[in-house]
Design a protein around this ligand. Structure first.
Ligand SMILES: C[S@@+](CC[C@H](N)C(=O)[O-])C[C@H]1O[C@@H](n2cnc3c(N)ncnc32)[C@H](O)[C@@H]1O
Length: 404
């Protein structure tokens, strides 16, 4: 069957009339192949798009990590901007869109590999497209070379403490003191495994390795710099994916809050925004994870020349900061998980906080939450896509809202 691709879906697949989903294709392309249900799984490209490029990564055909290796950078950028624009338009919103800040190749400072023991040893990498099969990715063009070079370490971890049935999840973060490794899904640590992990950490010169929730071996504190402060995140904690993306988001947030003197940072994590902002404003950081807040607080106490930072552990979905809590706030930073922050936004709106820096990893909930602001008199001043996940369909957004 022959089809013409009309558009890309939110997971980066081409979509033809039907709808038929055609992976690895671009709008305007004519493709041929067998259709299975609503998918053409192995299309032959009959008429390629001018935006088509040869995938730079040798693993692109098999690895499921990237969905858009076959598209030129300007196409990916304009597609991501369009996804955000369309999500906003669905709520009747429009905003100036700033140029996309795309992180360079091989810049991911944090990645989560899957690993499994096999008959002959172990396998480590990313999942194959739409499958739980693991593909080794030694030439990955997304992760920092130090992280790609850790794949043999991930295999060793699967041999030591994985099983052929269950999969290990191994998160690796580049800290200032070397690699910080957090493993989940492994067998319970006994004395023998503990001593093997210690030997592996020594041999690979790791800063820290955590096995599950209970076992952590720290050889050097795996500190990361957040503004003027150094923070030692708890094992497996959220950090922005690339240093370049983090810097772009920090700059966008700083601009959006302007000269605010009292700031509340909601969903603060380890202080990605709190600590740089504390160089010139008092910040109250609120977040569900006590461990992340403890790390933020320690970073603040040792950070040079910072203004007062307070922290509060709170579930902001069930128990959002109230409009009374927010009454004396000049600016709010909000960076929720994918679900967005409907309940919290209602309270910010009621408090009429003059400025809001809104960071989001989900265009749909971002647009919904922006609509709640705009309905209550806020202006959506500008929106920027910050692409820390180049070649993937993932979209990260920063935006400024204000009210007169
Ligand atoms: C997208 S991350 C942003 C973290 C931080 N702003 C940063 O840039 O590093 C979202 C944060 O929300 C926190 N979180 C998730 N659910 C939450 C909830 N119900 N209440 C408060 N915080 C929550 C997570 O622990 C995580 O740190």
């Amino acid at each position: 069957m022959k089809l013409t691709i009309d558009r890309l879906g939110h997971l980066g697949d081409g979509i033809a009339t039907g709808p038929v989903f055609v992976p690895g294709t671009l709008p305007g392309e004519t493709v041929a192949g067998d259709v299975d249900g609503d998918t053409m799984p192995a299309p032959k490209i009959v008429t390629p798009s001018p935006d088509r490029v040869a995938p730079p990564c040798p693993h692109a055909r098999t690895c499921g990590g990237c969905q858009l290796q076959h598209a030129a950078d300007p196409f990916v950028e304009s597609w991501k901007v369009d996804v955000v624009r369309t999500a906003l338009a669905a709520h009747g919103l429009d905003a100036p869109m700033r140029p996309v800040a795309t992180s360079p190749e091989r810049s991911r400072r944090r990645a989560t590999f899957s690993a499994r023991r096999t008959k002959s040893g172990a396998l480590a990498g990313f999942h194959r497209k739409r499958s739980d099969v693991i593909v080794p990715v030694p030439e990955c063009r997304v992760v920092h070379p130090d992280i790609a070079a850790a794949l043999p370490l991930v295999e060793s971890l699967a041999r030591l403490g994985g099983s052929r049935k269950a999969e290990l999840s191994v998160q690796i973060t580049r800290s200032n003191a070397g690699l910080d490794v957090a493993v989940t899904g492994g067998k319970p640590a006994d004395a023998a495994l503990r001593s093997e992990l210690a030997a592996l950490a020594r041999a690979r010169n790791l800063a820290r390795i955590a096995w599950g929730a209970d076992e952590t071996l720290e050889r050097r504190p795996p500190a990361v710099r957040l503004g003027p402060a150094e923070v030692i995140p708890p094992p497996g904690a959220f950090l922005q994916a690339t240093l370049e993306g983090e810097a772009a988001l920090q700059a966008a947030v700083a601009e959006a809050v302007g000269d605010a003197r009292r700031i509340v940072d909601l969903f603060s994590g380890c202080g990605t925004f709190t600590l740089p902002l504390a160089a010139r404003a008092e910040v109250h950081a609120v977040e569900a994870s006590r461990d992340m807040l403890a790390a933020l607080d320690r970073g603040w106490r040792h950070g040079p020349g910072l203004r007062r930072v307070t922290t509060e552990a709170r579930d902001l979905f069930r128990d959002p900061l109230s409009s009374v809590d927010l009454a004396r706030t000049d600016a709010v930073v909000i960076d929720p998980p994918r679900a967005g922050a409907e309940a919290q936004v209602a309270q910010i709106v009621e408090a009429a906080a003059p400025r809001v820096a809104h960071v989001s990893c989900n265009p749909v909930t971002f647009a919904r939450d922006c609509a709640a602001f705009v309905r209550s008199g806020y202006r959506l001043d500008w929106v920027q896509v910050v692409d820390q996940f180049r070649w993937s369909s993932h979209i990260e957004i920063a935006a400024a809202l204000s009210r007169g």
